[in-house]
Design a protein around this ligand. Structure first.
Ligand code: UDP
Length: 340
């Protein structure tokens, strides 16, 4: 019988791509989402890509009874936890909302996973490294104190997983630290759906290119980097999704070396904001309206991954080029606009 993976937040950007990759690898996937930050677009897209309806449960992971019931009524071999609030700025304005939602939901997942013997995969972030002293960052690079409640919940959830695995025999978990996930599925049927004005660079670029936004602001060109703009490690969303499949395989095939493991999920390749903008223009053969604006508060100068541990242990590495990824992001924006 196929193994079953519960994907909390499975209707979102990352969750929907992970659902597709897991299903294509032969896993049964249960999607659960409270739809607080998305509509059915990605769920419908997932079903269209796979050519079948996937089980979908509308629920809130802060509801402990509902979580317990779900784990009692389904055999869940592993759970991937994406369901969380993710807006950095809002987390500064509404810290209690972020702490209660992001921590409570994960505590409930951990409790149920412990009781039912499910493996746990947590979606962490390179934000835990803050402004690193040495580049690229390895999993052993020190975490820095978080600059927002959102970033703090990522660190706290890592600690919740680490401490639970240590205390509760049989519980196993992996934290994946994502760098900057971008792009969309090559089918252009699923992708990022930011509500309101996008905070992230690539959705802002594609919305500017399609005419929804007038002009992209490049936040700072006086950083100590080769071209003065910030450097990041942009990871293709399908590559990122495949890292989850490799991590679930590792948990369920009993190949973990420690009961709690951490892996960076990045390309190892720094790309500046200006390089990304130029690559987008070139691969999609268009001109983007942009201007240089002041630095954005809280941005780190440069961060990119040393992804060698994931390659060695998970047998995973990023395969898609920035150009392929930016072409997919543009195809998705055009799909949304009904212009394809
Ligand atoms: N950025 C930008 N203009 C925007 C949005 C982002 O210049 O409208 C820059 C931002 O300063 C950072 C990079 O793009 O250097 C990536 O930002 P994003 O918010 O996508 O991810 P972050 O690395 O902050 O998590």
């Amino acid at each position: 019988m196929n193994k079953t993976v519960l994907v909390s937040g499975g209707a979102g950007f990352i969750g929907s791509h992970v659902t597709v990759e897991l299903s294509q690898k032969g896993y049964e996937v249960i999607i659960a989402d409270n739809m607080s930050n998305c509509d059915e677009t990605n769920y419908r897209g997932v079903c269209a890509i796979l050519g079948r309806e996937l089980p979908f449960i509308r629920m809130d992971f802060c509801d402990r009874k509902a979580v317990e019931e779900l784990f009692s009524t389904h055999r869940i071999d592993a759970v991937i936890h994406f369901a969380a609030f993710k807006a950095v700025g809002e987390s500064v304005e509404e810290p209690l909302k972020y702490y209660s939602n992001n921590l409570e939901s994960f505590i409930n997942v951990l409790g149920a996973a412990r009781a039912h013997g499910s493996g746990v995969l947590f979606s962490s972030s390179a934000t835990v490294y803050g402004e690193p002293d040495e580049l690229p960052v390895t999993e052993k690079s020190p975490r820095q104190s978080a600059t927002s409640p959102y970033g703090n919940t990522k660190q706290m959830c890592e600690d919740l997983l680490r401490d639970s695995v240590k205390a509760y025999k049989g519980l196993k978990g992996i934290a994946l630290r994502y760098f900057n996930p971008i792009g969309a599925h090559p089918s252009a049927l699923i992708g990022e759906l930011p509500r309101g004005v996008p905070n992230n660079l690539v959705p802002f670029i594609t919305q500017t290119a399609i005419g929804k936004r007038e002009c992209l602001s490049i936040f700072g060109d006086d950083y100590p980097t080769p071209d003065g703009t910030c450097q990041r490690d942009y990871i293709d969303i399908v590559d990122l999704a495949k890292a989850h499949v490799a991590a679930v395989d590792r948990i369920l095939e009993g190949r973990m070396k420690e009961d709690y493991e951490i892996f960076n999920v990045g390309t190892g390749r720094p790309v500046s904001v200006m390089e990304l903008v130029k690559a987008f223009e070139k691969v999609n053969n268009l001109k983007l309206n942009y201007r240089i604006a002041p630095r954005r508060a809280g941005d780190v100068t440069a961060i990119w991954a040393d992804p060698s541990l994931a390659e060695k242990e998970l047998g995973w590495k990023a395969e898609r080029s920035v150009e392929q990824t930016l072409a997919a992001a543009w195809a998705w924006e055009k799909h949304l606009a009904g212009k394809d």
